[in-house]
Design a protein around this ligand. Structure first.
Ligand code: FAD
Ligand code: 2HG
Ligand code: ZN
Length: 473
């Protein structure tokens, strides 16, 4: 049995009582995940302000065998940042560890503490005429530590890669409380196992990330953005090939949306409109960017004109100003919010080899059509990376009993979709991670040899199992 009062008193003495939240009303927002799938309990929320304080907390948790749940912006989709229902785990929020420690324009790098909100990292890079390309719909509240911990993807992966590819160095407190200072700003460093890479994507199970040195790029000087109406996903893949050939690395975003996604955003999000007027079955949101002033609009228009001659597209709306560009992105980025407002939904963040997307969408949609009469498929996402959010929305969430019945079928629907993904040698979590939500899925679909290696790593670094217990493994 734990004695919460004794734990609070001990930890308060160690880091200062002002670093702890104890009142139920103060603690409550930390105990539910963004999707409200999980509601946990805790005896305290710790809000350290320095790496040394994080180290003291972790060392103490290790001695006391107290489970520790790191939390960033709490925007994660897999319940990874929510403590369990036992009330025994300590919640560690990184929000006050939020300094930009260094900006180095000449080295194209910056060092940011884990609690920096992603948008503020982007702005800091902009301030030295550099560009940090990680971009997600949640960038106004997710934190760079959370981005590293989940190896976040987002809207620019087709050009810059996932978070792992944007990181030069890392600082983390390991489960025994020692600080791993790997904050190098080197492009080349072949000195043994890559601990940085291991911590990225570890979802708080191997240590607490306290800071990262990030790669920066030259600022963007030109862009061209279009919303393209297409008949079917197969046209998207043909267009992807054409745009890659014509624009090379300038192709920075390639997002697929079904008509229903536009309808949901227009219905549920203020100010979203359809720039094409006529409805089309599918859409692509494509963006080219360059670091020099370049005629990207011409390049995009010419490439799309060539594609239109081959009947690969039906229509296109080009952003003629920064305001129109922002409107197109708002349309795309509001899809999760529109889905949330429209009722219950089942999410499947999957990836498969890009060329097989059309066949997968056909097969998986047919299954949903046959088996989920009370659901509508909202299948959208980062098609350029082979990553779909193959989500199913409930049609009648106002009826509580019908909603419960829909949600009760989640395991059956998930199993069918994930089994199909596995048959395509795909991934059951392309960018959102495993957390608590997909723990059993990982056991089912991961390579047994790979899982054994993961467990061995976990045991070696965290023999007492204090780091984010019940998540990932
Ligand atoms: P949290 O939710 O707080 O935590 C996530 C996990 O990381 C937990 O396991 C937690 O324990 C761990 N963690 C957090 N901070 C640390 C730390 N400092 N050290 C160790 N572990 C830590 N994700 C994408 O990949 N691509 C998208 O396009 C995308 N779009 C989104 C759009 C919306 C509207 C929303 C709500 C979410 C979206 N997400 C997306 C999901 C989410 O924003 C990302 O997973 C994000 O990286 C989580 O960051 P966070 O700071 O909120 O982490
Ligand atoms: C996105 O791409 C996010 O918008 C959220 O990853 C996806 O809500 C989702 O399923
Ligand atoms: Zn996404």
């Amino acid at each position: 049995m734990i004695d919460p009062e004794a734990l609070r008193a001990q930890l308060g003495r160690l880091i200062g009582a002002d670093r702890l939240l104890l009142q139920p009303s103060d603690v409550a927002p930390y105990l539910v995940d963004h999707r409200a799938l999980y509601r946990g309990r805790t005896w305290a929320v710790a809000l350290p302000r320095s790496v040394e304080e994080v180290a003291r907390i972790v060392a103490w948790c290790n001695e006391q065998r107290v489970g520790l749940v790191p939390q960033g912006g709490n925007t994660g989709y897999c319940g990874g940042a929510t403590p369990d229902e036992s009330g025994r785990q300590l919640l560690l929020s990184l929000r006050h560890l939020n300094r930009i420690r260094a900006l180095d324009a000449a080295n194209f790098s910056m060092t940011a503490e884990a609690g920096c909100v992603l948008a503020s990292v982007q702005q800091a890079a902009d301030g030295i005429e550099r560009f940090f390309p990680l971009s997600l719909g949640s960038e106004g509240s997710c934190q760079i530590g959370g981005n590293l911990a989940t190896n976040a993807g987002g809207l620019n992966v087709v050009r810059y890669g996932m978070t792992r590819e944007l990181v030069l160095g890392i600082e983390a407190v390991l489960p025994d409380g020692r600080v791993f200072d790997g904050l190098k700003s080197l492009r080349k460093d072949n000195t043994g196992y890559d601990l940085k890479s291991l911590l990225i994507g570890s979802e708080g199970t191997l240590g607490v990330i306290t800071a990262a040195t990030l790669k920066l790029w030259p600022q963007l000087r030109s862009s061209a953005t279009a919303l393209i109406g297409i008949a079917a996903p197969a046209d998207a893949i043909a267009l992807l090939g054409l745009l890659r050939a014509a624009a090379g690395e300038r192709l920075s975003s390639f997002e697929l949306l079904p008509r229903i996604a536009l309808e949901l955003t227009m219905r549920h999000v203020d100010g979203v409109t359809d720039p094409l007027g006529t409805p089309y079955p599918w859409y692509l949101l494509c963006e080219l960017t360059a670091t020099a002033p370049e005629p990207l609009s011409e390049l995009l228009q010419q490439t799309l004109a060539g594609a239109a001659e081959r009947s690969l597209l039906l229509d296109a709306a080009f952003a003629g100003s920064e305001r129109e560009r922002a409107a197109l992105w708002r349309l795309r980025e509001s899809v999760p919010e529109a889905q949330r407002r429209s009722g219950a939904s089942l999410k499947h963040d999957i990836s498969i080899p890009v060329a097989q997307l059309p066949r997968f969408i056909d097969e998986a949609s047919a299954w949903v059509g046959r088996h989920v009469a009370d659901g509508v498929l909202v299948c959208y996402g980062h098609a350029g990376d082979g990553n779909l959010h193959f989500n199913v929305n409930h049609l009648d969430s106002a009826d509580a009993a019908a909603r419960r019945a829909f949600l009760a079928r989640e395991p059956v629907i998930r199993r069918a979709i994930h089994d199909l993904v596995a048959s395509y040698h795909g991934s059951i979590s392309a960018e959102h991670g495993i957390g608590r939500l997909k723990r059993e899925e990982l056991q089912r679909y991961a390579s047994p040899v790979g899982l054994d290696a993961m467990r061995a790593i976990k045991r070696a670094l965290d023999p007492n199992g204090i780091m984010n217990p019940g998540k990932l493994l």
